[in-house]
Design a protein around this ligand. Structure first.
Ligand SMILES: NC(=O)c1ccc[n+]([C@@H]2O[C@H](COP(=O)([O-])OP(=O)(O)OC[C@H]3O[C@@H](n4cnc5c(N)ncnc54)[C@H](O)[C@@H]3O)[C@@H](O)[C@H]2O)c1
Ligand SMILES: O=P(O)(O)OC[C@H]1O[C@H](O[C@H]2[C@H](O)[C@@H](O)[C@@H](O)O[C@@H]2CO)[C@H](O)[C@@H](O)[C@@H]1O
Ligand SMILES: [Mn+2]
Length: 441
């Protein structure tokens, strides 16, 4: 069986250890001969790198391992780049979340003004990694789950149209796992779904088991009462803010009981609720810095101090196994059905053909084939037209350096009440992002 060489871009990410262990757990399905980490913050990456070096030596000594900040070393002789970079790190995420809140507009990692700000930072970082990959390993594939995936995907469509990049998100995966349990199944893999939308902005309109039985009624009954909250009965800790998001899906569902919604729609449909439930002194970035970041880096330091990863506090990120499914689909032409963020080109019949939509695709060694989702209802179409225009205007602004386009993007976001508030938020974000955004005129 073919054995792959992988570079994890964003080696210093809080998700890296969980993904490495998950990769080790799946070696029978997806053999690996080499893992490299790449990050542009050598100090941050070193902690995770040193700990993973110890862990890999103990658990999979046959896999060659290294970590580096040198692009040539990182991207030479590889088959896949798994990219999860966060340009500006949590310090900038905190500002993305808190600046809009000054004006009573929601602050979120990928939605609204915060998502726009993050997009303006991410585009350059992602393009740079694609270029490194193509320079040193021209046949490699980049599996990108760096956010904001919608804006990143539109930028790659426009600026690197021929590159081997697949953009994917784990939110539908996470929700489908909950749906499967709600329906009395053991895994989302026992379901066939139809889903359409943009990234962090979509709906399921069919969920069936492998015998073709319709699971929507049972799942809808649960969601109408409890949203997606469901006790999975395992050790994975869910932060309070995520529980609230899963619960709020109940109200999002009420607005269109014909479909089942992605949790992120709460930010566009219940903006006032989100603002009322936000704390400008302590946003999600603070929660993550106090929680996941501290836990992961402490676990890494413990491994380094003890010189062993036995009984360590790194845990497999089981739900990230969708990344293995994706890599496997390309390496072994499995034709697995997966949700990807791809150019529409008629897959959603009555929607912008150049929009980057999230829909089921069959993935194989030549890339993906899109499944047709037919016509979508007016409500979803209206919301999507507005949001896709925001995403396109952000990429226009990044390419041309246009203040005007970015102001239009901000104004058009359903999360922002007026052009004047959009301008105030934009001006504060420009000041905060001087180091990262192209200069706007
Ligand atoms: N698509 C999905 O479903 C999904 C799920 C979870 C996380 N994510 C994304 O994964 C990313 C990582 O999240 P995290 O919370 O672990 O963040 P993190 O800050 O812990 O890690 C990101 C790493 O990227 C590095 N980095 C930043 N800019 C870089 C560049 N230009 N080149 C190389 N490395 C760079 C940072 O130094 C940091 O070590 C984020 O983009 C997040 O939004 C996506
Ligand atoms: O606020 P964060 O940093 O914890 O998460 C932001 C990411 O949220 C989504 O991923 C979730 C996943 O869907 C959920 O089920 C949970 O178990 O973990 C994941 C990561 O926390 C989303 O899809 C990502 O794009 C976000 O970056
Ligand atoms: Mn996502």
């Amino acid at each position: 069986m073919k054995s792959s060489s992988i570079t994890i871009a964003g080696g210093g990410s809080t998700f890296t250890p969980g993904i490495v262990i998950m990769l080790l757990d799946n070696l029978d399905k997806f053999p690996i001969r080499q893992i490299k980490f790449y990050d542009n913050d050598g100090d941050r990456q070193e902690v995770i790198g040193k700990a993973c070096e110890i862990l890999l030596k103990e658990r999979a000594p046959q896999i060659k391992f290294s970590y580096t900040t040198d692009p040539e070393e990182a991207f030479t002789d590889i088959d896949f780049v798994m990219a999860h970079i966060r340009v500006g790190k949590y310090a900038m995420r905190e500002l993305d979340e808190k600046i809009p809140l000054r004006y009573k507009v929601l602050g979120q990692e990928t939605c609204g003004p915060g998502g726009i700000a993050y997009g303006m930072r991410s585009i350059g970082g992602i393009l740079e990694i694609i270029d490194f990959m193509e320079k040193y390993s021209p046949n490699a594939w980049m599996l990108n789950y760096s956010n904001p995936a919608a804006i990143v995907a539109e930028a790659t469509r426009r600026l690197r149209p021929d590159s081997r990049v697949l953009n994917i998100c784990d939110m539908p995966v996470g929700i489908e796992e909950l749906m499967a349990r709600i329906a009395g199944l053991n895994s989302r893999k026992e379901m066939d779904v139809r889903y359409y939308g943009l990234n962090h902005f979509g709906w399921w309109n069919s969920i069936r088991d492998k015998q073709g039985n319709d699971l929507m009624p049972k799942i809808k009954e649960h969601v109408a009462k409890y949203g997606y909250t469901f006790d999975m009965g395992h050790h994975q800790h869910v932060d309070a803010s995520w529980n609230d998001t899963f619960h709020k899906a109940k109200d999002v569902f009420a607005l269109d009981p014909d479909t089942l919604p992605n949790t992120y729609l709460k930010y566009y449909l219940f903006q006032d609720y989100v603002v009322e439930h936000s704390d400008i002194e302590f946003s999600r970035a603070n929660e993550v810095m106090e929680g996941r970041e501290k836990t992961v880096f402490k676990a890494a330091q413990d491994i380094i101090d003890k010189g062993t990863a036995k009984d360590c506090n790194f845990h497999p990120d089981e739900h990230a196994s969708y990344i293995v499914d994706l890599a496997r689909a390309i390496a072994f032409n499995t034709k697995e059905r997966m949700l990807l963020i791809v150019e529409n080109e008629g897959a959603i019949e009555n929607f912008d053909s150049t929009g980057m939509v999230e829909i089921p695709c069959l993935v194989g060694s030549e890339g993906y084939e899109k499944l047709s989702m037919g016509k979508i209802p007016q409500f979803q179409k209206g919301l999507m037209e507005q949001q896709v225009s925001v995403e396109k205007l952000v990429v226009d602004a990044w390419i041309t350096g246009s203040y005007q386009k970015l102001w239009q993007a901000m104004t058009l976001s359903k999360t922002v009440p007026s052009a004047s508030i959009a301008k105030k938020i934009l001006d504060d974000l420009i000041e905060a992002n001087k180091e990262y955004w192209p200069e706007l005129n």
